[in-house]
Design a protein around this ligand. Structure first.
Ligand code: COA
Length: 245
């Protein structure tokens, strides 16, 4: 399918998505949100690894400020970005963000929602939302603390600190810092390594790693056991046979 704000390359074991609004530093607008939701739908139906990156030497300079200005309470409650980033975080297979240049505001939150981040030497992470009179409401307030620790999260979210690549690496936020011209190659090497693992083992590991309470992991595990059982096969076949005879 064709996209207006994304470049999408489909491979057997992975999908490579490039945020592509370079004229607006890949700011995340409503069209990009819609297109990323469509992509999530595809990855939920046919799970594959995801590599997310940005065009033009920028990851993403945040949510689109032109649109943010027009949004009110109802739009905030609709969780336009937070629900998308949550959906991305819950994709069945691992996700990798390859961050070159700025990952600010919602752009940083999108990177935080991925499972693993790689950075180029020019990567900069920051959450300048309070400077715009809002808060980082799409995951930074809790995901960044989980990824880099509360102290660093407070420096970024309250102190306006921008993390350059070295600081992001030092805090554990990014796995590796590489020259920009080798960023995608390194990201693909990481995906290659993951692709050599059992896909179902990766999926269940991610599910369990990210489990916050018993649900929905317990539900899914229980269902997985039942789906392989005799009872389910016999009872469902009996129902279908009864209707066709
Ligand atoms: N939303 C909407 N438009 C944005 C944007 C955003 N988050 N970030 C950048 N743009 C637009 C600019 O308005 C500009 O548009 P114009 O060419 O029509 O004037 C274009 O992208 C280029 O931006 P510019 O600031 O000239 O680029 P730069 O390379 O000098 O600086 C940034 C890059 C990322 C440092 C700077 O654009 C910036 O600070 N952006 C906002 C970051 C932010 O506060 N994000 C949090 C949002 S919640």
């Amino acid at each position: 399918m064709s996209h207006r704000t994304l470049l999408v390359e489909e491979r057997d074991d992975r999908v490579v998505v490039t945020l592509n609004r370079p004229e607006a530093r890949n700011a995340i607008d409503a069209a990009m949100v819609d297109e990323l939701h469509t992509l999530c739908g595809e990855l939920e139906r046919r799970p594959r690894l995801l590599l997310l990156t940005g065009a033009g030497g920028v990851f993403a300079a945040g949510a689109d400020i032109r649109e943010l200005l027009e949004r009110g309470r109802e739009e905030a409650l609709a969780g336009i970005n937070s629900r998308l980033f949550d959906r991305i975080a819950r994709l069945p297979m691992p996700t990798v963000a390859a961050v070159d240049g700025y990952a600010l505001g919602g752009g940083a939150e999108l990177a935080y929602a991925c499972d693993i981040r790689l950075a180029s030497e020019s990567a900069v992470f920051g959450n300048p939302e309070p400077g715009l009179g809002i808060l980082a409401a799409a995951g930074a307030c809790w995901r960044l603390a989980e990824l880099a620790g509360r102290s660093v999260a407070k420096q970024v979210l309250l102190g306006g600190r921008r993390l350059d690549a070295a600081a992001a690496h030092g805090s554990g936020l990014v796995a590796e810092v590489v020259p920009a011209d080798r960023l995608l190659e390194r990201a693909h090497a990481l995906l290659d390594r993951m692709a050599s693992s059992s896909p179902v083992a990766l999926r269940l590991t991610k599910l369990v790693l990210d489990a916050r309470g018993p649900h929905p992991v317990a539900d899914d595990l229980a269902q997985a056991v039942l789906f392989e059982g005799q009872d389910k096969a016999e009872r469902m076949r009996a129902f279908l046979d009864r209707r066709s005879s």
